[in-house]
Design a protein around this ligand. Sequence first.
Ligand code: C5P
Length: 234
Amino acid sequence: MKVKEPVITIDGASGTGKGVVSQLLAKQLGWKLLDSGALYRVLALAAQKHGVALENEPALKVLAEFLDVQFIATEMGRPPKILLEGQDVTDTIRTEKMGNAASKVGALPEVRTALLSRQRAFREAPGLVTDGRDMGTVVFPDAELKIFLTASPEERANRRHNQLKEKGINVNLGDLILELKERDQRDRERAVAPLKPAEDAICIDTDKLTIDQVVERIMSEVRKIFPSLHTVKE
Ligand code: C5P
């Protein structure tokens, strides 16, 4: 029987810090990284590019199956460059508009099924850290360690606001809170793979923790599961 590579899943709503926590964790462990939200964002962008409506499930399913997306590794622990049909879309997919569009296509069951094997293909030696909404519940239910991050809506909106500002994207904080709530509601209430912790997930409230503290908290769980694990030095 083929031995499966170990997986750590980091799920949670947007603004809980799961993206940066996953990057730092993958870097410390020297493991692969999958930002599953990026796949949904790229699919939403592809739909826009090809004039496919965000409600057209059969067409989106086909688009998802044939999606020409590449994740090009840059520096270890840094987000990869993302190409859609050969074109660099790394920054284009990060707007709130694309986040919202991604959550619309992500609510369609056939789209989610079409993206399953693509996500599972990221499971490679020596291991995978992956972040999303349903990594622990649906995509990698047999993951060795499942983490679910939470934070208050205000804290999450503030973090998103700062992240976007750093990228030179200016948005109104009030609008951001409203958009976050709308996206959250859709992600939590959808019929398939809703945002929720797996039964065996460890929940961490990140409101009063720094990113490094969250990573250290997760690393303490990692060390319990893999006592002889070697981490990558800076
Ligand atoms: O994590 P990120 O904000 O990039 O995700 C964008 C949207 O993609 C989410 O709001 C969610 O609706 C969808 N998504 C999903 N399942 C995942 C990751 C993201 O449905 N595993």
